[in-house]
Design a protein around this ligand. Structure first.
Ligand SMILES: [Zn+2]
Length: 265
């Protein structure tokens, strides 16, 4: 082995060592920022539990959704969302509608709108379309896995994004539970329960997010009830009460991510 070959080999080893060291420190940096950032944020400012309710009337424009004669899902969802909007407004809760008229809004635009605001909950309103006419009642969906807020690092590191999105979604499930409970109690509609489903608008919203199916347009009794404005008002009251009950629960719950500090009260 001549001196030139030796120094070439040594330079190679040093280069590889340098690269390994850089990679190791990068990984340490990423893991540290993952571990410490959320706690640092939680300690510095306890976020408002729910400052905005994003209401998402399903379908719209050329997308009519389910139909029962000239009774269209897109009209019903807007009607009920507007009622919830008014009810929450009367209680001093800020709201944001993903559409305010009979317009087509893509699912991506709906979730993007919700993701632009902080401390929100997302409530999508729909009516069901069953394959059998006997199917009736109300059900509320949540996504078991959602994209999450937090350090931007998670969005460009595929592995970490995958890990964070696979954490189970307790908040959305809890919001779904409150809404479903209020709906069943107030409307006496058959209780189809809360269900996990990876609907696009749920999976791609970084806030607690649910989708309410407030009756079947393929069921005669459900359609008769939904044609009555008073019944739709009861559905709207139930959904807004469910949102308010969830918000109340958050207010009284001790902070979860406080880095081990004792509760403030
Ligand atoms: Zn729908």
């Amino acid at each position: 082995m001549n001196p030139i070959r030796l120094s070439k080999a040594a330079a190679g080893v040093i280069a590889w060592l340098g690269l390994a060291l850089m990679s190791a420190s990068f990984i340490v940096m990423v893991l540290n920022s993952q571990r410490f950032l959320p706690r640092a944020i939680a300690r510095s400012k306890r976020p408002e539990p729910v400052s905005v309710v994003v209401l998402d009337p399903g379908h719209g424009g050329q997308d009519s959704g389910a139909m029962a004669g000239n009774f269209l899902e897109k009209d019903l969802t807007l009607d009920v969302a507007q009622r919830i909007d008014r009810l929450l407004g009367a209680r001093g809760v800020a709201t944001l509608m993903t559409r305010i008229g009979d317009a087509y809004v893509s699912l991506a635009d709906r979730s993007a709108l919700a993701n632009r605001v902080e401390a929100a909950v997302f409530v999508s309103i729909h009516f069901n379309d069953g394959s059998r006419p006997v199917a009736s009642g109300v059900e509320t969906y949540f996504a078991a896995h959602q994209i999450r807020s937090g350090p931007a690092i998670a969005t460009w590191l595929p592995l970490l994004q995958r890990i964070s999105s696979e954490e189970s979604n307790v908040e959305s499930q809890s919001l779904a539970g409150f809404i479903q409970q209020e709906l069943v109690t107030r409307t006496q509609a058959p209780n189809r329960g809360i269900k996990a489903e990876q609907f696009y608008v749920l999976a791609n919203v970084r806030h607690p997010a649910v989708l309410v199916e407030a009756g079947f347009l393929t069921n005669k009794e459900d359609v008769t009830k939904l044609a009555d404005a008073n019944y739709r008002e009861q559905v709207a009251i139930a959904i807004s009460n469910g949102i308010l009950a969830y918000r109340e629960m958050l207010k009284h719950r001790a902070p979860v991510q406080n880095g081990g500090a004792p509760p403030s009260s």
